[in-house]
Structure formats: C-alpha cells, structure tokens
Design a protein. Structure first.
Lengths: 858, 289
C-alpha cells in the first residue's frame, strides 16, 4: 500500500509561489504555460480560484477529496499484485484543462474516428471490401486473434452498433493531439471518470461552477437513451444488465459503480442462461428475460459454445441469442479487433475510401512489421520507437526502444524478424506536460487523456465533455500508466458561457421507475448477501467470546485464582472448537494466551478472526452495489482493521480487548446500517436470514460448551455470568432477576424470551418470518421444505419447559435434556440453511464441453 | 452418382443433463459438382430452440438447445446428395508453386483465400512441417503436381492406425510417429502446404465404401472422412485425399471446410450437469444409382 495522501502542509502560501518551481522541460508543450511563460487564458480562472481559496483551504479540500475516494473504496486491482486487489490510486486535485476551441477540434476528430471504426467493424464482419480493395493487408485481419469468425454478420450495424468507443490521446511538442490507442471492446475508465468528477464536485462545487466546467450528465443520458432505444423486445421497459467478470477483475469497481449510477444490476456469466434463443437472468424470483447487456467481459470469453471453450465468464448460446436479435450487446462481441494498433498505419487510406475525408485527428505514426517497408523502418529506428504487440494484453506490455540495452535490442530485432506480423513500431511522442500538485507546489508531469464517445440514437456519436487523464509519476518518466504508479486527473472543458447545474442523476422515464421498483436480485447476489449475514454474525460472536475470555484473564485478582482459571479454560475449549481448531485441553496459562492470540491474529487458522473477516469482505465486495456510502465506510473500516490486525505483536490483553471492542462496534454499526438503510427486499431478507441462522448456531455452540456440563458452586455462577455477558444479556438479566444466578431463569432469558433480540427463540421467530416471505409458487397448501423445518424448530423450542431442562437427570454430569434440545435445533437450522441454498442459490450448475472425438475415422 | 447418407450420433449420460446448447455441421454443402436434393435433421429429445445458418466459411450449421432434463441425446442427419464428376485438370499444367505463393500473399483478388495460408488453432506451421514438405517442392514445379506428390508421400510414409491419436494430439506428435487417421493426415498436408507459403484447407465429408467382393454391405459401418484442398490461383480449389492417395471424385461427399478440424467439428456442445458420457456414432453411405 502506498500512502494515498500527500502531505500538503508544506505548500507555499500563494499560487504565485506554488508556480515558482514550475518549469516545463525544454521542447515539450505545456498545457498551462505558453512558451513565453504566460498562463494560457483557459487556465486563468482555475488559478484565480486557487488563489482565492488559499493554501489552507486547498489543503483541506485536497484531504477531503482523498478521504472521499478512499471511503468510496476505489480499488484498482493490479495484475499480478500479490498483495491482492485493493490498491488505492491517487487523484490529482489539479485537473487537465481544455479550452472550448481546442476541444472542438478534438471532438470533431473523435466523432469522425468512432464513426469510421464502426464502418470498419461492419466491413470486417461483413463483405470485407477493405481487403479486396487493397486498403488493408488481408493477413493483418485474418491473423489477429481478436478477429472472431463466429461473429460474421453480427457486428457493426444496427442493432449491433459500436455503442462505445474510447481512445487515449496525448499532445505532441507542437501542440497537436495524437491518438495513441483505441478501445472498442470494454468501456474501461468511464466509471473512474464519473467517480472523480463526483468527488471534485462535492468538495469544490463553486470552483467548478465559476470555472464554467462542462457537465458530464448529458453524455450518460445519450448513452442510456441509445442503448435503451435498440432494445429488441420491448422498447418501453427493456431489462438491462452490466456483465462483469466479477470481483477478481481489474475494473470490477467501475462495473459496480456504473451499475449503481445507471440503476442496472451487475451480473456475471454464471448468472445468465440462454433459453429459447434468448438471455435470461437467474434471479431469486426465477428466470427473467434480459434485453441488453452492457458487456465488460473480453470478447473471446463470451460464449463457450462458439468462442473460447476455456472461459469461465461466458454464457453458452450468447452469440446465437444476438444473432436472433433477442439480445443486444454493448459493445458487440468481436469489437476488440479494432484495438489492433497495426490498423493505425492504414486508417488515413480507409478514411479516404469510406468517408472521402482526411482523418481529423491523426494516430501516432505507426509501422506494421508485417509489411516489408514497415519492418525495415522499425528495425532501423528501434531507438526512437515503441514496440507493441498487435494483440494488446497484459502479457505483452509495450517496449520502449530508447530504454533497451544493446543486447536487448539485438534480441528484440531477432524476435521482430521472426514474427514480423505480430509487431508494430510507433513513434515515441514527447507528451505535453500539465501541472500536478506536489508538496512544494505545481510540478510539470507528462499527461495522457482518455476520452469517451457514445453512439447517438439519430446516428453518429457524441463525445463526453471530459474524461480521465493520467500523469507520469515523475518529471522525466515518459511512461504513463496506473500500473507503474501514475496519478489520475479529471479533464475539464471550459465552456464559453456559465453551465446550468444539472444533477448527475439521470431523469428516469416512467418505465425506468417501474423497473427499479421490482429490483431484480440475481441468485449469486442473493447467495453472497446470505453469507455476508452469516460471516458478520460469526465474527461478532467470536469477538464477543474472545473478549469475555480476555476479560476473565485480566480481571484475575490473585496470581493463583483457581476459579478464574477454571472458567477461562472452559471458555477457551468452546472457542477453540467453534473456530475449528484442535480441542484445547491445556490448563497452562501461557498456552491459553497463545491460543487467544492465534485465534485473533493467525492467517492460517481457517476459522479464526482473520480468515472469517476475509470471507466476509469478499462476500461484501461481491455485492458492493447494495451498500450505502455510510455502510461502505464501515466495511472499509473493517477491512483496515483486518489489515492492521497482525501489526501488534506479543500478548497485550488490554490492547487486544481494545481492538476487539473496535471490531465489535464496527460490526454493530454495519448491522445497524443494514437494519436502517436497506429496503426490505429479498436482498435484505436473505442477509438477515443468514444472520439469524448464524447467531442461533453460534449461540447454541457456546451454550452447549459452557452450560451443558454441570458446574458446582461457585463455578456455576461464574460460567452463567460469562455466558450472559458474552450473549449481551447480562444487563437484562440483572435488571430482571437482580443477582440471583439460577439455571432456570438464565435459560428463560437466553432461550425462551421472544422479546429479547439476543434470545434463541427470537432468532427462530425472525427466521420463520423471512422464510415464509421468500418467493415461491403459492398454488398449494403444502409447506415448503424450509418452512417445515422452521416450524419444527420453533415448536420444539416453544414446547419445552425450562425447569425440566434445568434438571440433572442422571449422573453423566451434564444437562442432557438441554443438550438434546439444542442439538436437535442445530440440526434443523443446518438443514434449513442447506435447503435455502439449494432452492434459491443453486441455479449455478457445472458445465462441460462435448466435441465429437475420434469416433469417426477412415 | 446419388447417395443417401445417414449419420447418427448418440450421447448417453450417466447423470441427467438439465440444459444443452449444440452446433451441428453435418449437412453436405451445395457446390457446382454436388447438389443436396433432400436432408432432414432429427434431434431427440425435441429441442426448445432450433435454427440453421451458414457459418463464416459457408458451411451449413444447425444450432439447437434442449432445456429439459435428459439422459440421452440423439442427433440424426439424413441427406440425399447428387455428385457429378468434375474434370480434373492436368496437374503438370498448373502454375509453378512459387508463383502461387506470391499471388496468395499479394493478389487482392485472393484476399479471402489468404487466410488459409496462415496458422490456425490446430495447425502451427514450423520447421518440421517444412522439412517434410520440401522434397515435393522442387523449384518451378507446377503447384498441383507438387500437392499430388505430397499426398502420395503422406500415403506412403504414414501408417493408418486408429486409436493412436485423438483430437487433441499435437501435429508434431503425428509427424514424429508417422501414424494416425484421416484427420491427422489432412492436418499434416495442410500444415505442410502452409509451411511453403501456400493456402490449403481442411475438408470434412464422407466417402462411399464398397464391401469386399462377395460380401454384403454392412449398414452403419461407414465413418466420416477428412482430406485437404489446395488453392490454385486462376483455377480454384482442388482436393486431395492422402488417406487413399486419390484426387476425390464421385465417391467423396463434402460437408464442410475450414482452416482445420476446429472450424468444422461435426457436433459440439456445452452441457450442464455432472457425470460422464458415452458416445456412439454410426454412419451409412448408400449409393442410390
């Protein structure tokens, strides 16, 4: 983890002084300063605002933005990052600013380019005139792994339009904008753009208004209108989902952020199924027809029937459903063929042929080694070029000729000669610099912009008046990448006139409202919510037990306190069993201390706090679009706790108690937020079902290990007290029964009090209610399996007589009847959990491939 | 010559399958010298969705899905095909293979054929294939003569040995051990042609088999077959059958072609359910006068 915030307390007091150190490298275009050192006019309002804001407020605003983003939990999963997935990146409070005039040129070029790429896409998967007309070498297309033959006829024309196009652009030394990359498959970056702007607009609304920064919401409205308008089935009420590879994906954050913003569910391949040539979502209510899929999975991974058979993210039959026009994919499968950088070498000719126009926005000069002239040029000019594989992937990062040693150069030349068609050479541009806020003021950093276009209903494209810019990590670095530690910036387009305030919220149509009222819960989401409930409760219960044990340990009055020792060892035996460790049999105090700290800190311990926290966070992360901002902050706090848990070493009981207190408070905050800020839809019901099952099970396990053995006075009182404390019942008990500790009254409160949210009966009652409310066909009077199980459990508990349970029936030294009752309820609960899983989550089935083997030979 | 072909594929599953999606490429192509008079595709249990289309290479594909639990799947395709013999040009009169190579790489008219000169999912051309091909490609040899020679050599050098290879056996292994089945020989030939910079494709279909003299024809004892085809600029595509060392004529019926087997898999599918499966295939090619 890199520190997210830069210490800004060292900033000089005035903007003038902040600019003092700002000197762009020679020969570079600077976005803010003209060559004579004067400030470019479109930057002036921003600098004036900064001046007015003053250093102190600037620092405050900066910290506030950092906090907002952190709490949103912006996660950028880095490929191959062993630390896992949640590295945070930096947002620069200084935007990258464009004047409207400058932007107009860029906009025209981007719109032309998207239109051109769409026509090329239609040609590639259609007649392929471009090959026969000699405008593109045939093997450039046919060799490319992203050219997917099953998509023939399916891609590039309505309804299978190129809905979204984005490109990376940079400005060269002479001030001209060049396109570096095209992105046509997945709309990566849109979510981050939206998130950055939201954060800045929240912290500095006046600044954006006074600088006349153009708003982004129109873009999203256009995108949504276009996607909705192509709905194959019902134009009024199309069902739209966002398809994601899942939480393991580098851009999962964006998928769920966009899902929450646009109001569409985020789903994974296994949530969808193709039936009757159409796509259906497996939801808690059964199968629901899907009309439009906003696709964030790689092209080749979309359909194991016709495309890559090894993908886990695909939906068998998806291409067929698109072919039948039952489903529209945005973007269509096959679009990533446009991302081949070698195409850039041929775009000018293609633009002339298809549009009769010159390219308004040039691509960075590109040579394809598959042609003799290109190969020759690249080999001779390797020093000045970037070598890229025609198939862009994390396995093939670009290679900078200027950074290669002599030996590496020889190796690369050999590699290029052997597989010339796999490589292009591109001129290494000296990107323009823009100011980045560092601890001593503004410093110039090389900057690359990503801009986004969306298809318009009436044809053509619209460009988002903004985007996301990335800056290099230091002054000399030309490599600009989030992976190598760059900084992200918002892109501002300064309008000629003040901008009306338009909320980023989209105004829904009547049908949108109808759709959101019946919000759909994919089965996999339902399952994750159920487990969020179970894990949250399991952690809380474990933490409470450990806290009681620590309490007993620290409150010993004498070094030799037999009573406390006996209590501690009983408690620990139970806790060890519950956290899936070997039976704890020792009577040694040192061993007890080790046991406690291992359960809390040990990452290897499968049922310990750290592991369970991991399961909890994974499940919570997979359903992140269900959490409010406040809830998400609490979850982030829990994550931070998990990360810091191993930091304290040695056995310091008071410190551990303090940490457990903090954890329990966070979990209670989480529970409270779930109770008070989640609508009582199926999602909440399943979360609470998981919670009640787990609370009941943990309760049973704890009571069985501590109260079922018959203890003698005074240990019996100490044990009963420990159970009452742990189960949060001690206050009620004291108020009700004063200080008489008696098994019967303890059991009355713990088991039978239906008004006590910490009693067993209360959990069973809630469970019975939730289970009755789960969706099912109501055409019979018969109870469902899970309803039957719960009725049995509730009746069994309600029918028992506590004095009877508190009788010692034989010489076994145990409350046998109590044990029998608890054990039978445990079994019923476990069966209920299994049945709910089977009936509501098990739509996901293993799939296999059939391919006729060598049964046919001659 | 007219044929009736019945191709039955039966899958038996150990556990019930709840859903399956399948693609079938078993209907013969309509070609200048081959006419499909009638054909019928029968799937049991009855599919929920069924559709036909031409794929990227112009092969006829049936798509179907079965959406209720089943423990057995039967796909039977019956087709009636008329094959007229095409005149085979004199191999010695075709253009030199070097010229063909240049035309395929550079001539825009051949842009679509160019893809058959490139590597494909199951065939990566390399030095081993080129070493094998070279003896057939003496300088300025006419392309058809060179291809015919390659076919003869494969027939001579490779042992027909069912069971030695499977769909997933790499071409290198086949080349090393010099044994396999028609599919492997076709792949070797295609790879050898490509290693010389020429365009060749994989063809799947049927071959009429005649019983040994004095014996009766057995029903369902035939099998599907595979061979290769070579792009001859200005002429078109010419087929070669290395398994039997003949240039296909009236006895070969073409169902599909592609870059290699993976483009023309006769029946493939994704099934949902656990357990294992058994596959039984029977083919019957009967002459109808």
């Amino acid at each position: 983890m890199t520190a997210n915030a830069i210490d800004m307390n060292t900033l000089p007091p005035t903007v003038g002084q902040m600019c003092a150190l700002y000197s762009p490298p020679a020969g570079t275009f600077d976005e803010m300063l003209a060559p004579d050192g004067s400030v470019r006019p479109h930057w002036q309002p921003f600098l004036d605002e900064m001046e007015a804001m003053g250093c102190e407020e600037l620092n405050r605003n900066y910290q506030e933005v950092v906090r907002l983003l952190r709490e949103n939990g912006i996660a950028y999963n880095i490929h191959g990052d062993p630390q896992g997935v949640h590295r945070k990146w930096k947002l620069d409070i200084v935007p990258c600013i464009f004047s409207q005039t400058d932007w107009d040129t860029v906009e025209k070029g981007m719109i032309q380019r998207a239109g051109l790429l769409e026509m090329m896409l239609a040609d590639f998967y259609g007649p392929r005139h471009l090959l026969r007309d000699g405008l593109l070498p045939a093997d450039l297309l046919y060799r490319h792994p992203a050219f997917l033959r099953p998509c023939q006829g399916l891609t590039g024309h309505p309804p299978h339009r190129l809905f979204m196009h984005s490109a990376d652009l940079a400005r060269g030394p002479k001030g001209r904008m060049w396109v570096l990359n095209d992105h046509a498959s997945r709309p990566n970056g849109i979510g981050y753009t939206l998130e950055n702007r939201t954060a800045l607009a929240e912290v500095m609304p006046d600044m954006l208004r006074r600088c006349k920064v153009r708003r982004l919401s129109d873009y999203f409205r256009t995108l949504r209108a276009e996607i909705t308008s192509v709905s194959p089935r019902q134009k009024e009420d199309p069902r739209i989902v966002i398809l994601s590879p899942g939480p393991g994906d580098e851009f999962y954050f964006e998928h769920s952020y966009m899902a929450a913003y646009l109001g569409y569910p985020v789903v994974q391949g296994e949530d969808l199924t193709v039936r009757d040539g159409a796509v259906w979502l497996k939801s808690l209510d059964g199968l629901m027809r899907v009309d439009i899929i906003i696709r964030n999975t790689n092209d080749g991974d979309c359909d194991p029937l016709e495309l890559s058979q090894t993908s886990r993210h695909g939906v068998a039959g998806l291409l067929e459903s698109a072919r039948r026009k039952n489903t529209v994919l945005a973007n269509p499968i096959g679009s990533s063929v446009l991302e081949n950088p070698a195409l850039m070498a041929f775009l000018p000719g293609i633009a002339q042929k298809l549009l009769g126009e010159d390219l308004k926005l040039p691509s960075v000069p590109t040579w394809w080694c598959g042609q003799q002239e290109g190969l020759q040029y690249v080999l001779e000019n390797l020093d000045r070029l970037i070598i890229k594989n025609v198939h862009r992937s994390p396995q093939h990062p670009p290679v900078y000729g200027s950074m290669l040693s002599g030996e590496e150069k020889t190796q690369w030349k050999a590699q290029i000669r052997q597989y010339p068609h796999n490589y292009v050479g591109q001129t290494q541009l000296c990107f323009s610099t823009s100011p980045s806020l560092q601890k001593n003021g503004f410093l110039p950093r090389h900057t690359v912009c990503r801009l986004f276009s969306a298809a318009r209903q009436e044809g053509g494209y619209t460009l988002m008046p903004g985007g996301i810019a990335r800056s290099s990590a230091d002054k000399n670095a030309q490599v600009v990448s989030n992976r190598t530690g760059g900084v992200l910036k918002d892109i501002w387009v300064i309008a000629d006139r003040p901008q009306k305030h338009i909320s980023l919220w989209l105004h829904g149509t009547q049908s949108d409202r109808a759709f959101t009222r019946n919000s759909v819960l994919p089965s996999r989401m339902a399952e994750n919510l159920f487990w969020v409930g179970r894990y949250a409760e399991r952690i809380e219960a474990l933490a409470r037990m450990l806290r009681t044990a620590l309490h007993v340990l620290t409150e010993r009055e004498l070094p030799e306190d037999d009573l406390s020792d006996a209590c501690l060892f009983h408690l620990l035996q139970g806790i060890s069993r519950i956290s899936l460790r070997q039976d704890f049999k020792s009577k040694d105090k040192m061993r007890a201390e080790t046991e406690i700290s291992e359960i809390i800190q040990d990452r290897e311990s499968a049922g310990g706090i750290v592991s369970t926290l991991g399961f909890f966070l994974n499940a919570a992360y997979a359903v992140r679009d269900h959490w409010s901002a406040d809830t998400w902050q609490v979850i982030n706090g829990i994550e931070e706790y998990r990360r810091s848990i191993h930091l304290y070493s040695g056995f310091v009981p008071r410190l551990m108690q303090k940490h457990l207190d903090r954890l329990i408070r966070s979990l209670l905050a989480f529970t409270g937020l779930c109770m008070e800020s989640m609508s009582r839809e199926y999602g909440w019901m399943l979360l609470d079902t998981g919670r009640r099952i787990e609370r009941a099970l943990m309760f049973i396990a704890f009571v069985r290990s501590n109260l079922v053995p018959v203890h003698h006075y005074p240990l019996d009182n100490v044990m009963m007290e420990a159970v009452l404390i742990t189960s949060e019942n001690i206050i009620t008990y004291r108020r009700r029964y004063r200080s008489y500790m008696e098994m019967v009254t303890v059991l009355d409160l713990l088991l039978m009090d239906e008004r006590n949210p910490r009693s067993l009966l209360y959990q069973l009652d809630r469970l019975q209610e939730h289970i009755a409310d789960l969706p099912r066909e109501r055409d019979t009077y018969r109870l469902s399996e899970e309803e039957r199980l719960m009725l049995k459990a509730v009746s069994r508990l309600r029918l028992c007589h506590t004095p009877h349970l508190a009788e010692i029936s034989d010489r076994s030294g145990e409350y046998k009847r109590l044990d029998g009752l608890l054990d039978s309820i445990r079994r019923l609960l476990e069966k209920t959990s299994e049945t709910v899983s089977q009936n509501y989550f098990s739509h996901i089935q293993e799939s296999r491939l059939l391919g006729a083997a060598h049964a046919e030979v001659l | 010559m007219e044929y009736r072909i019945i191709h039955k594929t039966r899958y038996v599953y150990s556990e019930s399958v709840s859903l399956c999606h399948n693609e079938v490429r078993l209907i013969p192509r309509n070609l200048p010298f081959q006419t499909v008079i009638a054909r019928r595709v029968n799937v049991e249990p009855k599919p929920s969705a069924f559709g036909e289309r031409d794929d990227f290479f112009g092969n006829r594909v049936c798509y179907f899905s079965i959406e209720k639990p089943h423990k057995e799947l039967l796909v039977s395709v019956t087709s009636q095909v008329r094959v007229t013999p095409a005149a085979v040009p004199d191999p010695e009169l075709s253009l030199p293979w070097e010229d063909a190579k240049k035309r395929i790489a550079e001539d825009r008219v051949l842009a679509d054929d160019c893809q058959f000169s490139l590597d494909s999912p199951l065939i990566a051309s390399g030095k081993a294939l080129q070493d094998y091909a070279l003896p057939s490609f003496s300088p300025q040899r006419p392309l058809m003569a060179a291809a015919r020679d390659l076919m003869c050599r494969i027939h001579r050098d490779f042992e027909f040995r069912p069971g030695f290879t499977s769909v997933s056996t790499p071409l290198d292994e086949v080349l090393k051990h010099r044994r396999g089945v028609c599919q492997d020989f076709a792949h070797v030939a295609v790879g050898a042609m490509r290693s010389m910079g020429l365009a060749a494709r994989y063809v799947s279909g049927y071959l009429e088999t005649l019983p040994p003299p004095g014996q009766e024809r057995l029903q369902g004892a035939d099998v599907s077959h595979a061979w290769f085809s070579v792009c001859v600029p200005d002429y078109g595509w010419l087929d070669f059958d290395p398994t039997n060392d003949i240039i296909p004529g009236e006895q070969h019926i073409i169902t599909a072609w592609g870059r290699d087997y993976s483009d023309v898999t006769p029946l493939k599918g994704v099934i949902f359910g656990s357990g294992s499966h058994n596959l039984i295939v029977s083919v019957d090619v009967e002459r109808r006068g």
